[in-house]
Design a protein around this ligand. Sequence first.
Ligand SMILES: O=C(O)[C@H]1O[C@H](OP(=O)(O)OP(=O)(O)OC[C@H]2O[C@@H](n3ccc(=O)[nH]c3=O)[C@H](O)[C@@H]2O)[C@H](O)[C@@H](O)[C@H]1O
Length: 481
Amino acid sequence: MPSDAAAKGVKLERYASGGALLLRRVASGKFVSASSHLLFRATVLATLALVFLFALHYPSLLSRSFSLASDGSSSSVPGASRSHASHRSLLASTSAAATYGSERWQKEIRRSAKPGRDGGLSVLVTGAGGFVGAHCSLALKARGDGVVGLDNFNSYYDPALKRGRQQLLADRGVVVLDADINDALLLEKLFEAVPFTHVLHLAAQAGVRYAMEAPQTYVASNVAGLVSVFEAAAKRADPQPAVVWASSSSVYGLNTDAPFSEDHRTDRPASLYAATKKAGEAIAHAYNHIYGLSITGLRFFTVYGPWGRPDMAYFSFARSIVAGEPITLYADARRDFTYIDDVVKGCVGALDTAGRSTGSARSGKKSGPAPLRVYNLGNTSPVPVTRMVAILEKLLGKKANKRIIAMPSNGDVPFTHANVSHAAHDFGYRPTTSLDAGLRHFVDWFVQYYKLDIKIAKPSTTGKKPAAATKKKASATSASS
Ligand SMILES: O=C(O)[C@H]1O[C@H](OP(=O)(O)OP(=O)(O)OC[C@H]2O[C@@H](n3ccc(=O)[nH]c3=O)[C@H](O)[C@@H]2O)[C@H](O)[C@@H](O)[C@H]1O
């Protein structure tokens, strides 16, 4: 037990008084002498010098550490952008269950990548914590393919949603690494550990209008990140996988021919987001041409559904309607809204028909031409945004506080409309979900996920009045199962 004096932070000092040796109480702070100050400063300086030397000699390590994140723990930093993600990876690594490239790490990766059926694919899914990435990973796993995901869990929108998707995948035995596509050494280690048959590259900086606010994050993810993935697939993987990646309907830009066909012009992007996706398609051509990489670009058309992206209009409008907050609608805007389950079928079809890469990482040569494809994945029936809001109002049983303005000059385009005949021909892509049905699935999930006490209107075909549909716990969607 400490003495009373010590416990109170005081020390006893000897002093002489009138020939007698006495004791007096002195505050311990006064005993922080000049010498201990010096010692403290020397320690701090030495530590700083060590950190400086470490950073000088091993700068790349700062962006190369990462952890297995199947435990669902969060390492996200509010306000951080995708380009800052590698520093978060370092934070994550301090609590890593299995560290970078270790035997345990490799074992986990190989387990997750192993197909559960004969002839199953082994797929690396980038952006697996994202909306489309999580749904595709679940669908692939459900049919017996092996899946390893990676995601940097940035805070472009609520990272808790991404962690929720990660947990869904972890529950089904799919590892999603906390890592960034710009981390070349990570990708190298992944391809060293597993001979992936396919890469489904969905990690990207999404959002058309946000590109005006944060242009560099689009270049970092959609251009540099794409090159990083192609580089690894072409030069580090043996054998080379086939790559299927997310382009966008936005590449049609100012095209006015409708419905949009893959043969139409795509050289007039209206936003930087669109320009980076268009750049991606050109980059894909180069990697296919030089390295014989099998590459398929999928032009997604405004994908929506359960576990969706809160930055998208249908999601943010639903939140605003519930909160009684105003929403701003761009007059006459129409979108070919495409339901997630349909898009997942398109992604899986594209993977199944991708065809082999013909290059060799060892020789750096290709044995012949490899497939280079691009497909629209849309719904083929554009709907006015005002109609989308009307469906939400009906389902949520509440009127929106609408403000309708002319479409601002923010990179938006007035309408999208997909011709999907190529995807239909090559892999039987046939979207089957109407906006009414799809938004209903979304609202079901939305109400459950946010634990809202809302009675969801039944489909109009039943002709019945709204019925109670509030449930306590969020569940996976049909695409997930
Ligand atoms: O297909 C794509 O390639 C892209 O689809 C999606 O972009 P968009 O089609 O623009 O979707 P989204 O923002 O939901 O706006 C929907 C509608 O609401 C209108 N809109 C939007 C905001 C607003 O405040 N008011 C409004 O009327 C707006 O004018 C539009 O008509 C993805 O976000 C993008 O990442 C990319 O994948």
